[in-house]
Design a protein around this ligand. Sequence first.
Ligand code: GLU
Length: 584
Amino acid sequence: MTKMRVRFAPSPTGALHIGGVRTALYDYLLAKKHGGTFVLRIEDTDQKRYVEGAEDYIVNALKWCGLEPDEGPGIGGDFGPYRQSERKDIYQKYMQQLLDNEHAYYAFDTAEELDAMREKVKAEGKHSFQYDASTRMMMRNSLSLSEEDVKVLLENETPYTIRFKMPENQEVTVNDLIREEVTFQTNELDDKVLMKSGGLPTYHLANIVDDHLMEITHVIRGEEWLPSTGLHVMMYRCFGWEDSMPKFAHLPLILKPAPNTYVTKRTKDQFTESFAAEFMKSTDLEISLEDVKKIVAQVFSNPKDIQSQLKVGKNDDGKKKAVKAFLKSAMYGKLSKRDGDRLGFPVFPLSWEGKSEADSFVGFKEIGFDAKAVNNFLVFLGWNPGTEQEMFSMKEMINAFSLERVGKSGAKFDYEKARWFNQQYLMNKDDEKIAEELGVLLSEKGLGANEAFLEKVAAMMKERVHFIPEILESGYYLFEPIKSYDDKTIQKRWKPESREKMNLLAATIKGIMSFDAITIESAVKQFMEEQELGFGEVLPILRLAVSGTTMGPSVFDIMALLGHEETVNRMTASYKYFDGVIVE
Ligand code: GLU
């Protein structure tokens, strides 16, 4: 049996979208499950779209996710080079083979000529122009011109492209591992450019030649490539490689989150504002922001019912229709880079600093995600194990994964679920490891704490947050003096007449001999009994006094962590502050 070889073939055109990471994850899982090889190939033949730094980004993103290739640029392997820009000569040779076998031809049409043809076809009211068997003889190419003319044109170095000569009246069937049988009629396919003027191959040629030469057995890629696959299979046929052609698996789209997961009663005003503002930027219509807001607000009036509100009504005027059409495209369909900014979640694994702010993104990593949680979240965007199990280590994923269990229908991106996964991983993470990361984050802020202290913080906080950096946000008072108080609760709870009792409580706490959470708790409870005070009269105030807020872990744990002296000092200082709040 041939060894399984699965490749990930991204184009370095910018940061790698989370959908690309999912493809890489599935590639990796399939290869590892079958003892195969995971190959990284950089498809950088399109120089116009090449973006500096994108290849490094791809490599770093894969590394962070733990999806390290077995072969690839900078790694080596027997099938290199793995960067297409370094394989130009190879493509020339195979291009020649297609020319010699009359499966490809030179096309001398200039951009202006092609435009003119498109216009002409449009004016005749026909379908849009397609360069194919029905039109190629009307164009300027080595099929329509005489051999002599072609020779002259070539000798004069007239710019040309090379096109694939799509055979007529044939059927090509792709047996996709996910989509099953998909059949294409060659008469509907066009003569794609395989080599651009200047001698660089297009994606189609380079991709087929490389998959063949690199002995790739499985091609896993996004659904958007399915329409090209008819051409690809035809090319394998014309090269005479159909028998060893890789198996294809086209992954379902990753869709935008369901609108009712983010537009809620609480958030609808905020989203009305932001979507209306975005519409204003995208339209030439004469319409005021106020009017747009009214339309959006109406659509969002019942967040559970947005889809039916978006249907075009009989009485809708042009403006209303335009706003609805905009909302439809902004809220449904394929997940896009824009959605991250729009809805406030990451769609890239790592942060990316583009040339402009609009092209810069915060990554899952920088938000505080554990790569394991990201993989666990991503594996479910299209695949399911057929069981109730949700948490999968990489090893378990490798064992459980199969392309048969990848669905055809789009998978909705659910950011809450991603956060949930991260929380699960955080809860199961060793305190020591969390402490280490906290230490790093603290020192970035110019703060510090010893390891034992940080481990205790980790143990206390990890079940209460989704991300490690959140520990330093919601629990900042463990490392720094209180910065702000919840004044509303102080006004409600701080009774000047209880000042005396609260001073007594401070004295009681000062007198505790062994300052651990259990002893503090029993001392406080005993105090409440003796003074005939209820929980509500003491605990909220105590909590506010040591942390400034009413939220957070057990107040006794907080006190034990802060230490004896600090707790008592905070209590006295806070009481003074409380008095001031009441006076105001
Ligand atoms: N370079 C293509 C991309 O970036 C690869 C598609 C494929 O896997 O064939 O999507």
